[in-house]
Write a protein that binds this ligand. Sequence first.
Ligand code: 5AD
Length: 348
Amino acid sequence: MKNKEIILKLQSNRALEEGEWIQIFDTFDDEDLRFAMDLAREITIERFGKKIYFRGIVEFTNVCKNDCYYCGIRAGNSNCARYRLDEEDILACCEDGYAHGFRTFVLQGGEDPHYTKEKMCHIVRSITERYPDCAVTMSIGELDRDYYQALYDAGAVRYLLRHETADAEHYALLHPASQTLESRMRCLKDLKEIGFQTGCGIMVGSPHQTNLHLAKDMMFMADFKPEMVGLGPFIPHRDTPFRDEAAGSVDKTLMVIALTRIMLPNALIPSTTALGTAEAEGRQKGVLAGCNVVMPNLSPLEVRKKYMLYDGKVGTDMSAEAGIRTLRAQMEEIGYEVIVARGDFKRR
Ligand code: 5AD
């Protein structure tokens, strides 16, 4: 079958065979990419209109007990100046975001044991009490089911936890032995069962990634049916073991985004900061490939540069206000309107 026929098959079946995925990733050309992006964009506009949801992200700690080989805030990076925001700081970010119209706050951080279940739930409760019309999304890594349940009971409704790769051997090449794919998958399953709108995802072009791995990622997502999917190119960070590895390709990232949209028409898919870092027009291209969310940074300016997951991260030198303005302009430039509604996942 030709790649275009396989892409149309994906649209009707919402799944493909392993060999079909591999064929697309091995052989897609510019015309196939355009075809996939056009179809993905049409599907997105049909479901969501030309509207992009804004989510405010607060990066509240860069302390992390994990040592992921790709990540700039890994525990082993002694060049990273660590910070933590307390409840008051986080609420101030939300207040700022709320004034700008945000109705979703994403609390993201490293896996920082300082934020015990009690502390974190207190923070979530404070936000949901103060802003009952807002959704709180968590992105704080792997935790006990008990902790996840407590966050949910405190009012958090969404959780982002990229699976990073659905292949256990590849997972072991990206992480030390203390972190396993099995544990990651247990977390994702728990989150879904508890009732979170759950996000998974990968870095495209992460070191040692093959097209078989990408095929497995797509098949995992076909089965898991995440409500949200985070996709961005891998970008090396100078203070990590992967400093000399090549960055992921923007075109391949766009292909993965487009195919994900075609497979999961209702999903919330952010056009990521990594995409905007890899290429100046990256975030616009992401939207044209089927993304429907962007996540402006609400973190205080003083800490921005310390939350460097990869080199050159865009937006670390501007205020929340300026970041929002830039993103809004980027979306309007391609004919899209920014909306600040909660924007929950809907099975249409
Ligand atoms: N390049 C791109 N994305 C990265 N992430 C971490 N490090 C990098 C990097 N070097 C992504 C991971 C993680 C998310 C928070 O950021 O996929 O899940």
